[in-house]
Design a protein around this ligand. Structure first.
Ligand SMILES: *Cc1c(COP(=O)(O)O)cnc(C)c1O
Length: 418
């Protein structure tokens, strides 16, 4: 069952016509399917029903408040990477005892904020951070539950920008330093080392790297147990890939089964941090064709959505399927789909075979639910797009389109002081 599909020659988001949504909310427009979010979360979470586990959705994939609320209502915890994401999660009503905090550069005020909220644990990425958390916890009279993020030196075979578990990555601690780290954690007064954490990368299309990492971590856990540490949590991060084009990533049920086999009798609470696999294919970005032009060697379809709205093609050279909202059956041609931004790197697709399209027609950019809106910016002073959540035959405006006033709001004070 797909919730973005054509019926009678028109693209629908659940029960609503995409054309109607754009008429109401404008273009470019992010459209999310609530039922797809729910189905993806349910499929992922139930894959681990054989284990004591907590699924902490990775907020950075899609951090819209109503999306967080939708998932929290299903029992999701959250994986955050900043104080801003903590603020969002709490505003959406997420239970702080289900929040884990990852990231290499947590600032003092963010650590304080997370301690005040009494989150489940910090995933600590350096010895310096460990000391900082201990110091702050001491000052505010709390004990911080922590995991150390271990970098198992496993190749996830994904795009280098989203491979995080190799030795050369900035993330986590190698196994030797981690042992030092846990010795230190044991001594520090305001630190309670309760878990082990690892996240090796994103958009993984095979289970093997996960199992390889898990193997190293379980061996490492034995060492910690021998040191007298009571490790109760095992956080395996996120990273399960999705189909953008022709990838065939494992289904969450296969992923869950493989991990369950290794972890069934381990008396550990397993934490998972899926982002892309929940959100990626639960959203599209719709964009309107402004102009077409035939260059000498190339043909361009110029659309109103740009790299500031969806940066993945420009940043990772990633593929997003693009199709007509209202297919008209015209002959295909090979085109670059580009935005209005003054950068040659501003494209949504290059060398793409698409039916001929004309001004005013709508294109759907698929698989845009994760790392789409959250990575958007105001480059070229473009107000950011609106986000709409469709649930059956209801459309909820999840984020209004930014206005020109929004663009200058944080700068206007300067006009008076200069
Ligand atoms: C980005 C991130 C995730 C989510 O990754 P996906 O590939 O979207 O599942 C999970 N954990 C951490 C620590 C991350 O940085």
């Amino acid at each position: 069952m797909h919730f973005f599909e054509h019926r009678d020659g028109e693209l629908y988001a659940e029960n609503l016509r995409v054309t109607d949504l754009v008429e109401e909310f404008g273009s470019p427009l992010y459209i999310y399917s609530a039922k797809t979010f729910r189905r993806h979360f349910e499929a992922f979470d139930s894959a681990f029903s054989g284990l004591d586990h907590l699924t902490c959705y990775s907020v950075k994939a899609n951090s819209n408040l109503c999306i967080l609320k939708l998932l929290a209502d299903m029992g999701a915890g959250m994986d955050i990477v900043s104080g801003g994401e903590l603020h969002r999660a709490l505003a959406a009503g997420v239970d702080p005892s289900k929040i884990v905090y990852s990231g290499v550069g947590k600032r003092a005020y963010e650590i304080e904020q997370a301690l005040a909220a009494d989150i489940l644990m910090f995933n600590v990425e350096s010895l310096a951070e460990l000391e900082k958390i201990d110091e702050i916890a001491g000052l505010v009279g709390k004990t911080a539950r922590i995991s150390l993020r271990i970098n198992p030196d496993v190749d996830p075979k994904t795009h280098p920008y989203i491979a995080t578990g190799l030795k050369k990555a900035k993330f986590g601690l190698d196994i030797e330093s981690s042992l030092e780290g846990y010795k230190k954690a044991k001594e520090l007064k305001h630190i309670d080392p309760v878990g082990i954490d690892c996240h090796i990368g994103s958009q993984l299309t095979s289970i093997d790297p996960f199992l390889e990492a898990l193997d190293k971590i379980m061996a490492f856990r034995d060492k910690l147990t021998a040191m007298g540490l009571d490790i109760r949590y095992l956080d395996l991060g996120g990273g399960l890939g999705i189909t953008y084009d022709e990838e065939e990533p494992p289904h969450p049920s296969a992923f869950g089964e493989a991990l369950t086999q290794v972890l069934a009798d381990q008396s550990l609470k397993v934490i998972l941090e899926p982002g892309r696999v929940i959100a990626g294919n639960a959203g599209i970005m719709v964009t309107e064709v402004l102009y077409t032009k035939g260059g000498e060697t190339k043909e361009f379809v110029i659309v109103d959505g740009a790299m500031n709205d969806l940066v993945r093609p420009s940043l990772y050279d990633s593929f997003h399927r693009i199709g007509e909202v209202t297919p008209k059956g015209r002959p295909e041609r090979v085109v670059d789909v580009v935005g209005p931004i003054c950068e040659s790197g501003d494209f949504l697709a290059r060398g793409r075979t698409l039916p001929g399209v004309g001004s005013g027609e709508l294109l759907a950019v698929y698989s845009a639910g994760a790392y789409g809106f959250t990575m958007s910016s105001n480059y070229n002073s473009r107000p950011r797009a609106a986000e709409v959540i469709v649930d059956g035959d209801q459309a909820h405006l999840a984020r209004r389109r930014e206005t020109y006033e929004d663009l200058i709001a944080c700068e206007k004070g300067c006009l008076d002081s200069m």
